[in-house]
Design a protein around this ligand. Structure first.
Ligand SMILES: *[C@@H]1O[C@H](CO)[C@@H](O)[C@H](O)[C@H]1NC(C)=O
Ligand SMILES: *[C@@H]1O[C@H](CO)[C@@H](O)[C@H](O)[C@H]1NC(C)=O
Ligand SMILES: *[C@@H]1O[C@H](CO)[C@@H](O)[C@H](O)[C@H]1NC(C)=O
Ligand SMILES: *[C@@H]1O[C@H](CO)[C@@H](O)[C@H](O)[C@H]1NC(C)=O
Length: 521
C-alpha cells in the first residue's frame, strides 16, 4: 500500500515539475522591455523549465541557464534607431511626433526582418519541440505566424498597464466609462470632463489601433507569401487564439478595473525577490552617505544623458554638484564627465533596483520609464520626473498626481527650478510618506508577481492553450460588445409599435370625424 502511494506521489511529482521547452521572442529594441521579459524567464528557469530567448539586443544579465539566440539588426538600422532616439530627446511638439513615427516604423521593420533570418528559422524548424511561445508584445503580431508554424500556444508578455491594443487580444473590456485613460488621469471615479476626455482619446486610439493592425496584417500576409505558407490561417484568427496576457501593472497602482481571467497582473515582476550585493566602490559610496543621504539620477537605458543638449547637462551638473547629498549619476562616457565633484559618482551602467533598495537613497531623479517608476514605488523612494517621450510624460504625471514626487521639463527648467524641486522633495515628508505607504500595499499579495506569472504560464501548457478561459468578447464585434444591435432592435420595435398605435388612433378618430360629418349633413 505504502509503495503504491509512494509511486503515486512520485509520478505526480514528476508530472508537476516537468521542464517544458519555452521560446521567448523579445525583439523589442528597448532594454527596459527586456528587463521585464527576462524576469519572467528567470522565474521559469527557477521552476526547472528550459527557456530559449530570441533578442535583437544583447542581454545584460547573463544567466548560463537560458539559451540565447542574439539576432542584432543591421548596423544602418541600429544607427537609425540610435539617431532617432537622440533626436527625440532634443525635439519638441510636432517634430517629436514625426520622429516618433519614423522610429516606430524602424522598430516594426527590425522585428519583421528577424523572421527571415536563418537563426530565427532554425529555431522554429529545429529539433527542439517547444511547448509555448512567450511573446514580448510591441507592434509585432506577425510573430503569431511562427507560433502557428510551431503549433504551440501563445502567451503575451506586456510591459505596461492594460492598453486597448492589448485588451483586444483577450477580450479584456476597456470600460471607458469608469477606467480613465492613463494619459488623462488615474483618479476614480471620473467626473464628466475626464469621462469625456477618456471617451475622445480612447476613440482616437481605437482608430490608431485599427490602422496599426491593418499595417501589421500586411506584414503578416507578405511573410505568408514570401515563405509560401498558404496553410496559415487569417491574421485575425491567430490573434483570437492568444491564450493569455501577463501585464506589468497591478490594481494597487490605483486604477480599479475588471480583468478577464486571461489577463493576469504581474506588476513589479522586474523587482528581484532578493537584492544582489552592490560592487564594492558603489556600496562604500552609498554606505558613506548615511548622514546626508544620496540621490540617484538616471535617464534610463535608452537615453544617453551625454548626448543631451550641453546646456541641459550644465544645469544638471551645476545643481547636483552643489547639493548636500551624494549623487549616483548614470553617465555613459566615463572619459568625458560633466565635472569632477566629490559628491558625484559616475557609472555607465548601474543596477537600478539594487541602488533604490539601499536605505540611504532618498530621491530618484528619473526619465519616468514605467519600469523605473515601479521600482521606485516598490522600494518607497520619492521621485523627480524628467520625462522625454513615449509613455514617460504620462507615467510621470500619474506619479505626481499620486503624490510621490514632482515633475519638470528638463529642456526648459532653470537651475533654480531643479534645485527647488530637489529641496522640496527631500525636505517635505509628504512625498516619502505617500510612497512608503504605497510600497507596503504594493508588496502585499497572495502570490509574488514571479510565482503568479509561472503559475499561469504552466496552466496554459497543462491545458493545451487553456482556451476554456477565453472571453467571448474576443469573438464579438463592437455592436455585440455594447449591445448596440439589441438597442437598435428595441428602437425598431418601439418605432413599429408607435406607428401601429398612431394608425389605430387616427383610424378611430377618423371614424368619429366621419360620423359627425354624416350627422351634420
Ligand atoms: C533546451 O533547449 C535547447 C534549445 O534551445 C535544446 O538544444 C536542448 O536540448 C533543450 N534541453 C532539453 C533538456 O530539452
Ligand atoms: C567613505 O568614507 C571613508 C571615511 O570617511 C573614506 O575614507 C572613503 O574614501 C569613503 N569612500 C568613498 C567611496 O567615498
Ligand atoms: C508638502 O507637500 C504637500 C503636497 O505638495 C503640501 O500640501 C504641503 O503643504 C507641503 N508641506 C510643507 C510644509 O511645505
Ligand atoms: C489555437 O491554439 C491552439 C493551442 O493553443 C492550437 O492547438 C490551435 O492549432 C490554434 N489554432 C489556430 C487557428 O491558431
Amino acid at each position: 500500500m505504502k509503495a503504491i502511494l509512494f509511486v503515486f506521489l512520485l509520478t505526480n511529482f514528476v508530472l508537476s515539475s516537468y521542464g517544458a521547452n519555452i521560446l521567448g521572442i523579445f525583439t523589442s529594441y528597448s532594454p527596459s522591455h527586456n528587463i521585464i521579459h527576462m524576469s519572467e524567464v528567470d522565474a521559469l528557469i527557477q521552476k526547472g523549465h528550459n527557456v530559449t530567448v530570441i533578442t535583437a539586443l544583447p542581454l545584460k544579465q547573463k544567466n548560463p541557464k537560458y539559451h540565447h539566440v542574439y539576432i542584432p539588426p543591421a548596423p544602418q538600422v541600429q544607427k537609425l534607431l540610435e539617431d532617432t532616439m537622440e533626436q527625440i530627446s532634443n525635439a519638441k511638439g510636432l517634430e517629436n511626433m514625426k520622429i516618433m513615427v519614423i522610429m516606430m516604423k524602424a522598430m516594426i521593420n527590425l522585428q519583421y526582418d528577424i523572421m527571415f533570418t536563418d537563426q530565427f528559422q532554425n529555431v522554429i524548424h529545429g529539433d527542439t519541440k517547444y511547448d509555448l511561445v512567450l511573446l514580448g508584445y510591441v507592434m509585432n503580431d506577425f510573430y503569431l505566424a511562427a507560433a502557428y508554424q510551431m503549433k504551440v500556444p501563445v502567451v503575451v508578455s506586456w510591459v505596461n498597464f492594460p492598453m486597448s491594443a492589448v485588451n483586444t487580444l483577450v477580450g479584456n473590456p476597456n470600460a471607458i466609462s469608469y477606467v480613465p485613460h492613463p494619459m488623462i488621469s488615474n483618479v476614480q471615479p471620473m467626473g464628466f470632463i475626464n469621462r469625456f476626455k477618456t471617451f475622445i482619446l480612447s476613440t482616437f486610439m481605437y482608430g490608431v489601433e485599427k490602422f496599426m493592425h491593418y499595417k501589421l496584417e500586411q506584414y503578416y500576409e507578405e511573410y505568408k507569401d514570401i515563405m509560401k505558407l498558404s496553410e496559415l490561417p487569417e491574421y485575425q484568427e491567430l490573434q483570437r487564439n492568444i491564450s493569455l496576457v501577463i501585464g506589468n501593472s497591478h490594481f494597487s497602482d490605483g486604477v480599479i478595473r475588471a480583468n478577464v481571467p486571461a489577463y493576469v497582473e504581474v506588476g513589479g515582476i522586474q523587482v528581484k525577490p532578493e537584492q544582489n550585493p552592490l560592487d564594492n566602490d558603489l556600496k562604500e559610496f552609498l554606505d558613506n552617505s548615511s548622514a546626508q543621504g544620496a540621490i540617484f539620477f538616471s535617464m534610463g537605458s535608452n537615453i544617453k544623458v551625454s548626448s543631451l543638449d550641453p546646456k541641459v547637462v550644465e544645469v544638471f551638473y551645476n545643481v547636483l554638484s552643489k547639493v548636500n547629498q551624494n549623487v549616483v549619476w548614470k553617465w555613459e562616457d566615463p572619459s568625458n564627465v560633466p565635472g569632477n565633484s566629490k559628491n558625484i559618482f559616475y557609472r555607465n551602467w548601474l543596477p537600478q533596483d539594487d541602488i533604490l533598495a539601499h536605505k540611504n537613497v532618498k530621491l530618484f531623479v528619473t526619465h519616468g520609464g514605467k519600469g523605473s517608476i515601479v521600482e521606485s514605488q516598490y522600494h518607497g523612494v520619492p521621485m523627480i520626473g524628467l520625462p522625454v517621450f513615449g509613455d514617460q510624460p504620462g507615467n510621470a504625471k500619474l506619479m505626481v498626481d499620486d503624490g510621490y514626487g514632482l515633475l519638470l521639463d528638463y529642456q526648459t527648467m532653470s537651475e533654480e527650478d531643479f534645485r527647488n524641486s530637489i529641496e522640496e522633495v527631500l525636505s517635505n515628508r509628504t512625498y516619502t510618506d505617500n510612497i512608503q505607504r504605497f510600497s507596503k500595499v504594493y508588496r502585499d499579495r497572495p502570490m509574488s508577481a514571479r510565482d503568479t506569472a509561472v503559475y499561469w504560464i504552466e496552466y496554459v501548457m497543462r491545458h493545451h492553450g487553456a482556451l476554456h478561459m477565453q472571453s467571448p468578447l474576443v469573438h464579438s464585434n463592437i455592436f455585440v460588445q455594447y449591445s448596440l444591435d439589441v438597442v437598435g432592435f428595441l428602437f425598431l420595435v418601439i418605432f413599429i409599435f408607435v406607428k401601429i398605435v398612431k394608425l389605430c388612433f387616427s383610424c378611430a378618430f377618423k371614424k368619429r370625424v366621419c360620423k359627425t360629418k354624416v350627422k351634420k349633413n
